[in-house]
Design a protein around this ligand. Structure first.
Ligand code: UGA
Length: 319
């Protein structure tokens, strides 16, 4: 059992990863800036299980400012999930925050690791994104051209390139995982599945961007946790893997499943397609299957049922 760091530990994916690592006996140092991109109480709720665990050590820290050297020296792995997420909100003046939270924070972390004695350097597992591809016909393998459609995608790709660079120049074992629209309990409140379920539970209308026929390769959060553990064990310096759930569905399909699971009809308000939004995502999963033995386990309806159960508790509705 080793000591590991999880950055972004209070977030959606980070908090699930902490729970799993603690359950496996690891000592977990959880770092989070508790950025106000969504309410602090939701992030604290994400951390509730981990916070009570004797092997969990939480530090509120901004990776752009804090000194991580002592912590990094103790860790076998840094799971780097801290980021400012959100595709459609990354235009305009907010890009400065994306540069800091996604690019500079990653560069500072990699520098910290680089400056350690080679024998002390932890593996870095970086949370990249399907948004690095842009609007391409799938299925997309990892060597497909990258062409982000949003400033957010540009920032995630820049940080991924930094991982590649620190791997090739300094031998740092940095592995990038490109996640495809992750869903499940604790999903961020700005994401489609969360918004649609909340609307269904609270009898509110939803906003559908464009014709709703855009598709995503939805990936269950527990599968993403599996991928992180496999990457820490089996990934090599500079590796990049797609992590897709094999659950391709349109926004309209998604809404129909949520209506069925919640047994309600949801009123739709149609808005224009949003800048930065890609038409489709579709992961080629051959490489992750071959190298990480990664096979997603949870289908869309099952995962939505689990998210609905969690959100009934979140919004105080047991019915
Ligand atoms: C998601 C995450 O938000 C990103 O952080 C992540 O990097 C990315 O997946 C990824 O794959 O890497 P996105 O696919 O845009 O981005 O996920 P959602 O915000 O859940 O949106 C999914 C689709 O639903 C989009 O086409 C969006 O336009 C649509 N949508 C979203 C609506 O029609 N209405 C809404 O209210 C929200």
């Amino acid at each position: 059992m080793s000591t590991v760091i999880v950055t972004g530990c209070a977030g959606f994916i980070g908090s699930h990863l902490c729970d799993r690592l603690l359950a496996s006996g690891h000592e977990v140092i959880g770092l989070d800036a508790m950025t106000g991109n969504y309410p602090r109480w939701v992030k604290e709720r994400n951390l509730r299980a981990a916070a009570g665990h004797p092997k969990f050590h939480f530090m509120e820290v901004d990776l752009c400012a804090g000194d991580l050297e002592e912590l990094a020296r103790r860790a076998a792995v840094v799971f780097h999930l801290a980021a400012l997420p959100g595709v459609r909100s990354s235009w305009g003046t907010s890009f400065a925050d994306y540069l800091g939270g996604n690019v500079l924070a990653t560069q500072r972390l990699l520098e910290t690791v680089k400056n350690l004695d080679a024998i002390r350097r932890p593996t870095v597992v970086y949370a990249s994104s399907s948004s690095v591809y842009g609007d391409m016909e799938g299925p997309l393998a990892e060597d497909a051209p990258t062409s982000p459609r949003s400033p957010y995608g540009v920032s995630k790709l820049a940080a991924e390139q930094l991982c590649r660079l620190y791997a090739s120049e300094f031998g740092i074992r940095a592995v990038s995982l490109r996640y495809f629209t992750v869903f499940g309990p604790r999903q961020r409140p700005d994401m489609a599945v969360h918004r649609f379920i909340r609307a269904a539970l609270c009898s509110q209308p939803v906003t559908v961007y464009g014709d709703g026929e855009q598709t995503r390769d939805f990936t269950y959060v527990g599968d993403v946790v599996d991928a992180n553990l496999a990457a820490a064990e089996l990934g090599r310096a500079g590796d990049v893997f797609n992590i897709g759930g094999g659950n391709r569905a349109s926004v309209n399909d998604l809404l129909a499943i949520i209506e069925s699971v919640c047994s309600v009809a949801v009123q739709r308000q149609v808005c224009p397609a949003q800048p930065g939004d890609v038409r489709r995502t579709y992961a080629d999963m051959e490489k992750a299957a071959a190298r990480l033995a990664f096979r997603p386990q949870v289908g869309l309806t099952e995962g939505i049922e689990r998210q609905v159960a969690d959100m009934r508790r979140l919004y105080g509705r047991q019915s």
